[in-house]
Design a protein around this ligand. Structure first.
Ligand SMILES: *Cc1c(COP(=O)(O)O)cnc(C)c1O
Length: 398
């Protein structure tokens, strides 16, 4: 396996066929740049799908990895873990939350949130209060419970029977939530900004409205900030834009900057329903991943990367809006901070391929939205280069 063609052939032969991969092999990264196995350079506006918040091989992250690898990589949660304690404190001090549970992915963080909401409802209400209201076009993961919560039938097919206890309603529609809440409801679960479902930003009354409906019914508001959290939208957590706080929040993607980690954060009265024995994870919050996450989160806060996401994101959104005026295939432009979407009247994948050929990595969000989730360290100059390449790809269509 020396050439790119040999590697791709082996990939097709030995790996589960779960991804429609593009025919390149990425082998090196630095900042917002990547190189493939043939030495071609790319500007990375995918960032491992909103994961590589600090870009590739950021010195503070590399240093944290080296230092922790030299002292302690893994011990069980049977014992207190110093980096995990520091990380929990940092996240709680910068959010609504009082306690954190660590796991390894977004789906797992949402599993923990679903279990905690059900347990809380059993503790405070009754055994028949277990339903969670979830949104159309949402994405919460690929485990059986989280794929059921996900509001997109295409992820369900072949896996039935799905998990009981989820009720799907349209996103950004408070009346639908109000109608759906009944004596079986224990929580409402939503993304503050939908990522996979097409980069959908709700109206300004939506999150405050969800908070009010949950308070009136005495049920929990769970926000899935797996993609929108860690500075992505221009605030450390997206809920801060709307002046409301959830009862439970889930995080993953950018949390440890590319080392796998998920987290479920909750306020005290809700977290109290988890006691020794109710939930656990072998790898959750190991010394290694916790130390890396602490370095990543500290860097995001100290270098005001949410501020950079807001500023550069606004500049990027304006440039995309200008592009929409010139290019007829662009039908809408939307997003917040550095999660932006370009709705197009052709298959979005053709534009993604056109950009890749020209040295820019972007991805889709559904069939007709091109999504941009670059590292949070991206600059206006990087955006200028990306927009020039994107414009070339759009022109190349006709
Ligand atoms: C990516 C994502 C998930 C799933 O995370 P995994 O780490 O792939 O399990 C869940 N929720 C949202 C909003 C996501 O964007």
């Amino acid at each position: 396996m020396k050439t790119t063609q040999e590697l791709i052939a082996a990939s097709a032969k030995y790996l589960a066929n779960t991804y429609a991969r593009f025919p390149i092999v990425l082998v090196k990264g630095q900042g917002v740049r990547l190189w493939d196995s043939d030495g071609k350079e790319y500007l990375d506006f995918v960032g491992g799908i909103a994961v590589d918040a600090l870009g590739h091989c950021h010195p503070r992250m590399v240093e944290a990895i080296r230092a922790q690898a030299d002292s302690l990589i893994h011990v069980s949660n049977l014992y207190h873990i110093e980096p995990q304690i520091r990380l929990g404190k940092l996240l709680c001090e910068h959010s609504f939350a009082d306690r954190a549970f660590f796991c390894n992915s977004g789906a797992e963080a949402n599993e923990a949130a679903i279990k905690l909401a059900r347990k809380w409802a059993k503790d405070h209400w009754s055994t028949d209060r277990f339903e969670i209201i979830v949104m159309h076009h949402s994405f919460h993961g690929r485990t059986l419970a989280t794929v059921t919560a996900t509001g997109n039938e295409k992820y369900w097919h072949g896996f039935e029977p799905l998990m009981p206890g989820f009720k799907h309603v349209p996103y950004n529609n408070l009346q639908a939530v109000e109608r759906a809440i009944d004596s079986h409801t224990c929580a409402v679960l939503a993304e503050p900004v939908q990522g996979e479902g097409g980069v959908n930003v709700p109206g300004d009354d939506y999150l405050p409205g969800l908070r009010r409906l949950c308070d009136q019914a005495g049920i929990l508001l769970i926000l899935d900030e797996v993609q929108s959290g860690m500075g992505r939208t221009g605030k450390l957590f997206a809920y801060e834009h709307w002046g409301v706080e959830p009862d439970i929040m889930t995080l993953a993607k950018a949390l440890a900057g590319g080392i796998p980690m998920g987290a479920m954060l909750a306020r005290e009265a809700v977290a109290a329903s988890f006691v020794p024995g109710t939930h656990a994870s072998t790898f959750g919050g190991t010394p290694f991943v916790s130390a890396v996450a602490h370095a990543v989160v500290s860097t995001i806060i100290q270098e005001d990367l949410p501020g950079n996401a807001a500023r550069v994101g606004k500049y990027f959104l304006d440039r995309l809006a200008a592009l929409k005026e010139k290019q007829r295939v662009v039908t809408a432009v939307r997003g917040k901070g550095l999660i932006l979407g370009l709705e197009v009247s052709v298959p979005a994948r053709t534009i993604v391929a056109g950009c890749m050929e020209r040295g820019l990595l972007v991805l889709t969000a559904g069939d007709n939205v091109v999504r941009f989730v670059p590292p949070l360290i991206v600059t206006e100059a990087d955006v200028d280069r990306a927009v020039a390449i994107l414009e070339g790809a759009l022109k190349g269509l006709s």
